[in-house]
Design a protein around this ligand. Structure first.
Ligand code: PMT
Length: 411
């Protein structure tokens, strides 16, 4: 649950008063939580309580009130993009009808439509037993289930009407357990499952002589995080690593190299067979033309070193890849480097590039966090905040999964 973005939709049912507790449970587990409250929901639980426990503004109406400090006119889209999962609890008959009909007249119904494909949606209907069993509610539930939503049937027990029967929302602990299971299963059916993924990571070293080399500050953390995250999603991962001091992620095949030429030879061996190639390595662009045998003498005040260009490994893959293969690159740049990243995306024939801001304090080489902007070959741009390299890897793989899902819809 750690680092997951969860949206909870709350509708107008008495069980809504239990949702602040669910928000707290999720926050304790390390999730980020945002709440979409319907007009009906606001009668049963206060916006202030929800904002306090979630530490986020509560989303209600689709149109932001004019003149407020935080004007965000496309929140219904950004929320749908942000969410790793949507939980609707309690879900009323009215909201089920609106969602199944595709209406989008408030924030919850709008973000339901803009949610990224493949993200789990868990719906917990809670209402009077007769209402729940009515043909119209059951029809709407069936429609939502065919759209891929998980409908968790209400429990039996005492209802707000004083009657006993089916209709009670499960307790927050049970909702949390169902969400954890859904997120786990979501991984199980990731489009990356069974895909052959190659990741390059770390720096390369180019020998000047037997004891000196040209290199850079890459620690390999970003590439290793990607390999770990892809493996967790069920991919068959090969990690081609320059000289770094990191443990090999579980279930990952690791091939250690030193120079760009070595990395290139190993990588080329996977060009035909891999499904996804991610270039996270900081590859030395040049190497000394004629490295000295042994140790260079220090007699001269000035020495001249002639450098020759190294092969571009990622471009080599990008240029020969077939229609089903995906190429992902990184571009380490200062703040103004977006255009340069875009040029690399095109010149190396990539499907996605991560513009990697670097300051060596919050992002880039060595540090544990990164600030990435993902640029797709279709021009789509996703700016990510400062994230741990593990969380950034998950976001990048979410974007790759989206590419696979789009290809399934439009082959
Ligand atoms: O290893 P860390 O300390 O965690 O730091 C992570 C990182 C900053 C190294 C990583 O996130 C990153 O940005 N890697 C790419 C850095 C870079 O060298 O960018 P570039 O603009 O020079 O190269 C563009 C792309 O082409 C990269 O995907 C690179 O792997 C690839 N390339 C470049 C040159 C070359 N000869 N062969 C390549 O494959």
């Amino acid at each position: 649950m750690r680092g997951k973005n969860i949206v909870i939709g709350i509708c107008g049912g008495i069980a809504a008063y239990k949702i602040p507790h669910l928000v707290r449970l999720l926050k304790k587990k390390g999730a980020h939580v945002r709440v979409a409250l319907t007009e009906g929901g606001a009668h049963f639980v206060s916006e202030l309580a929800l904002a306090t426990v979630s530490e986020e503004p509560v989303y209600g109406k689709i149109f932001p009130p004019m003149g407020t400090e935080r004007m965000d006119f496309t929140r219904h889209i950004s929320l749908g993009e942000w969410a790793d999962a949507l939980v609707i609890a309690p879900a009323t008959a009215n909201t089920l009808a609106r969602l199944s009909a595709g209406l989008c007249d408030d924030m919850l119904s709008a973000l339901f439509i803009t949610l990224r494909p493949g993200k789990p949606v868990l719906i917990f209907p809670a209402m009077d037993g007769q209402m729940f069993l009515s043909p119209s509610v059951q029809r709407n539930i069936a429609t939502l289930a065919t759209q891929g939503c998980s409908i968790i049937n209400p429990e039996s027990g005492e209802l707000a009407s004083g009657l006993c029967g089916v209709g009670r929302m499960p307790e927050p602990e049970a909702i949390l357990a169902a969400l954890e299971e859904a997120l786990h299963e979501n991984r199980e059916c990731s489009p990356l499952r069974g895909k052959r993924v190659v990741v390059t990571a770390g720096p390369t070293r180019e020998k000047i002589d037997g004891v000196r080399f040209i290199s850079n500050y890459s620690s390999g953390k970003m590439g290793f995080a990607l390999a770990r995250a892809a493996s967790k999603r069920g991919a068959l991962v090969t990690l081609i690593a320059g000289p770094v001091h990191l443990p090999t992620p579980p279930d990952v095949e690791r091939l250690d190299v030193e120079s760009t030429a070595e990395m290139n030879v190993i990588a080329e061996g996977f060009f035909k067979s891999c499904d996804l190639f991610i270039g996270a390595a900081a590859v030395s662009d040049y190497r000394p033309a004629m490295p000295y045998e042994g140790k260079m003498k220090k007699d001269d005040e000035i020495i001249e070193l002639t450098l020759v260009k190294n092969p571009d490994i990622l471009a080599g893959f990008g240029m020969q890849k077939n229609a089903s293969q995906i190429a992902v690159g990184f571009a380490l740049e200062t703040r103004t480097g977006l255009e340069s990243a875009r040029k690399k995306l095109v010149s190396k024939n990539l499907d996605l590039i991560a513009f990697n801001f670097f300051d060596r304090k919050t992002s880039g080489f060595e540090v544990d966090t990164n600030i990435l902007t993902l640029i797709g070959s279709d021009g789509a741009i996703t700016e990510l905040p400062q994230l741990t390299k593990d969380a950034a890897a998950e976001k990048l793989l979410d974007a790759v999964e989206l590419l696979y899902l789009k290809r399934t819809v439009n082959p």
